[in-house]
Design a protein around this ligand. Structure first.
Ligand code: NAG
Ligand code: NAG
Ligand code: NAG
Length: 332
């Protein structure tokens, strides 16, 4: 294994601070998203009542908005959708042009979509195809209807997770194979109620950090914005001047992760995972929760009718990203 050192230049002295395993790779803030992510207009593979629009349309209708420091993507909260419309409520799905394998991804998120019928997700996906070759990692995903929100892996056969792992979340299923349990994946329910939905937004969001390596697996940490325990190396933007691009992430000091997925004989890393592109999307109804709408406590009995006829209910159905910073492992 190759290793690097973070060097602090002090006059002519170079003092090794600690062994660095990661190097700064890229950051996305504000307008960076417009250049380095693709607006996908596909029919929603999860059959949501959604019409994913292209970038020009999204900018023109302010369904995507970028300034120097903010990036916002939202559902249409103005127009009624005719029942005869083939796709549904306008919304946004974007994918990073670049793909990452062994990496630390820091997402500083101010707001996530909330409201009845919403199904937002931040996730990563292999481009190998056919799905699920190369794997899928869901990082933030939930549906307002069923009060479920989780992190999950979706893979080809023979990838399972142990029931007990060092994490604060609760395993809801253990087989990551998409052919098992109606593609439920090996999900972990977040235990922290501030990690999702209306409460997440009330606390001004927070930081999701994903660490993915062959030997340590995939760990996800969440800290709300005001948690005094947010590590400084998560809060600080990447510095390329003083410390150089090398970065140390002392994950052993971060406490128990919220979700943890381990690789080994239970799930061979190379067989199931390769470089992933990152995706944000926001769909409505669809496969996960469409059928449970009538008993969810949301208005009416039809999810699709609710989405079609209540534009104003989608005013809080938006992602607001402060920044995303990505560090890759040396040699990865
Ligand atoms: C577009 O959206 C941004 C972000 O939510 C908002 O600040 C801005 O006022 C909106 N612009 C218009 C013209 O509505
Ligand atoms: C679900 O959406 C409804 C309607 O917007 C909202 O009142 C409720 O707080 C949401 N629930 C959660 C857990 O976000
Ligand atoms: C998210 O999951 C946690 C743990 O299962 C639960 O307490 C919380 O209500 C869920 N939140 C939403 C918005 O579904």
């Amino acid at each position: 294994m190759r290793t690097g050192y973070a060097l602090l230049p002090l006059g002519s002295l170079l003092i090794p601070l600690a062994r660095a395993d990661y190097f700064f790779k890229t950051s996305y803030t504000g307008r960076d998203f417009l250049e380095h992510w693709t607006w996908q207009t596909l029919d929603d593979p999860t059959h949501g009542r959604v019409d994913y629009v292209d970038q020009a349309t999204a900018l023109q209708r302010n369904l995507s908005f970028a300034s120097d420091s903010k990036f916002v993507m939202r559902a249409d909260s103005i127009n009624v959708v005719p029942a005869s419309a083939p796709r549904g409520r306008s919304s946004v799905r974007i994918q990073s042009v670049e793909a990452f394998s062994e990496a630390v991804i820091i997402l500083d998120l101010q707001h996530m979509p909330e409201g009845c019928a919403t199904w937002p997700a931040f996730w990563s996906l292999s481009q190998a195809g056919p799905w699920p070759k190369g794997g899928e990692i869901d990082i933030i995903e939930g549906v307002n209807l069923s009060d479920e929100n989780l992190s999950s892996l979706h893979t080809s056969p023979s990838c399972t997770m142990a029931p007990r792992r060092r994490m604060s979340g609760i395993a809801s299923s253990l087989d990551c194979d998409t052919n098992v349990n109606s593609n439920q994946g090996c999900g972990v329910q977040y235990a922290d109620p501030l990690s999702y939905g209306a409460l997440f937004n009330q606390y001004d969001g927070g930081y999701y950090v994903i660490v993915r390596t062959k030997y340590e697996g995939v760990s996800v940490w969440f800290w709300n914005r005001w948690d005094p325990a947010v590590p400084w190396e998560v809060k600080l933007p990447p510095t390329t001047d003083l410390f150089g691009p090398a970065r140390v992430f002392p994950t052993a000091l971060w406490g128990v992760p919220d979700a943890k997925f381990e690789f080994g004989s239970n799930c061979d890393y190379e067989e199931h995972f390769d470089a992933h592109n990152l995706i944000f999307d926001l769909t409505f109804c669809g496969d996960w929760a469409g059928n449970t709408y009538a008993t969810s406590g949301c208005p009416g009995t039809s999810c699709v009718d609710y989405v079609n006829n209540n534009p104003a209910a989608f005013q809080n159905a938006y992602w607001e990203v402060n920044a995303m910073h990505i560090y890759t492992r040396l040699g990865a």
